[in-house]
Design a protein around this ligand. Structure first.
Ligand SMILES: O=C(O)CNC(=O)[C@H](CS)NC(=O)CCC(=O)C(=O)O
Length: 274
């Protein structure tokens, strides 16, 4: 048995309690085998209307982090907890923080979303200005796990190939892209971007997404996917409120890399190390 990924597609509400309970329910029903890497979407814990509320909540979200640690121990899972708002030191803002927990409930990595979505998308939203309350992260984060080496990213990051080239240079095997994509940009760009990242880096790409009409007034694209290092969409949750699973086979990764050695052929590689 290969290790597996369990990707939870969610339609998060403005209630953290409700969203946490939903997650707990999904894990209880799933009867997961070990080792499993559970992946959650961006803003899964609380999908608010305004940044002021999120900023206020960020001050006490460490309490949810403790509850998540408990879940990891209870179910024996690794958990890539999408994003949670956590305080940013001395900036008056919060980080869109992506935490990775091991099965002991220890936080083994924190990645803070680097690229912020300040964009005028014609989706009736009136536009997005994520940087108003979110402090951009600055560090690329890659961490070892029983599943392979995991590179962390979030949503809008997927448009910036340079980030993934850095992960590749740092030896990533699995790339995570928890998201809350808009429906308009999702239809046009979501799958091609994710597939391109998988093909270029020859990594598994696991993207847990928000889906549907949310009580904060937003609509999101869904289509959580697992993509192979060959770029094949292995499983796609489309617009269902459902979970998807896939096996993570590192020998597949080696085979793709041996047959098409772009890692060795990359003449820009040194740029990313220096
Ligand atoms: O603000 C929140 O509460 C949660 N965060 C999000 O929904 C973020 C920032 S607004 N969404 C994206 O990055 C969408 C990117 C996207 O759709 C694209 O790149 O096309």
């Amino acid at each position: 048995m290969h290790p597996q990924a369990f990707i939870v597609q969610m339609c998060s509400t403005m209630s953290a309690e409700q969203n946490f309970n939903y997650l707990q329910q999904q894990l209880t029903q799933a009867n997961l085998k070990q080792p499993t890497l559970v992946c959650l979407p961006e803003t899964w814990l609380c999908f608010n209307k305004d940044g002021v509320t999120t900023l206020e909540q960020s001050k006490s979200n460490h309490l949810w982090v403790e509850k998540l640690a408990q879940l990891c121990r209870q179910f024996g899972i690794w958990l890539a907890a999408g994003t949670i708002a956590l305080p940013s030191e001395n900036t008056g803002k919060y980080h869109a923080a992506s935490l990775l927990f091991n099965e002991q409930g220890e936080v083994v990595a924190q990645y803070n979303k680097i690229h912020l979505f300040d964009a005028q998308v014609q989706d009736g939203s009136g536009g997005y200005r994520e940087s108003k309350f979110t402090q951009a992260g600055s560090d690329v984060v890659v961490v070892d796990s029983p599943f392979g080496r995991i590179g962390l990213s979030v949503c809008y990051d997927v448009r910036f190939a340079g980030l993934y080239q850095q992960m590749m240079a740092l030896g990533a095997d699995i790339i995570l892209v928890p998201s809350a994509f808009t429906t308009v940009t999702g239809e046009a760009h979501w799958l091609p971007l994710l597939q391109a990242r998988a093909i270029e880096t020859q990594c598994y790409v696991l993207a847990a997404a928000q889906v549907g009409q949310h009580d904060n007034g937003r609509a999101t694209y869904g289509h959580s996917v697992a993509i192979s290092p060959w770029g094949e969409v292995l499983v796609n949750a489309k617009t269902e409120l459902t979970n998807i699973e896939c096996q993570l086979d590192l020998s597949e990764l080696q085979q793709v890399r041996a047959s098409l050695p772009v890692h060795q052929h990359n003449r820009f590689k040194s740029t990313f190390y220096e």
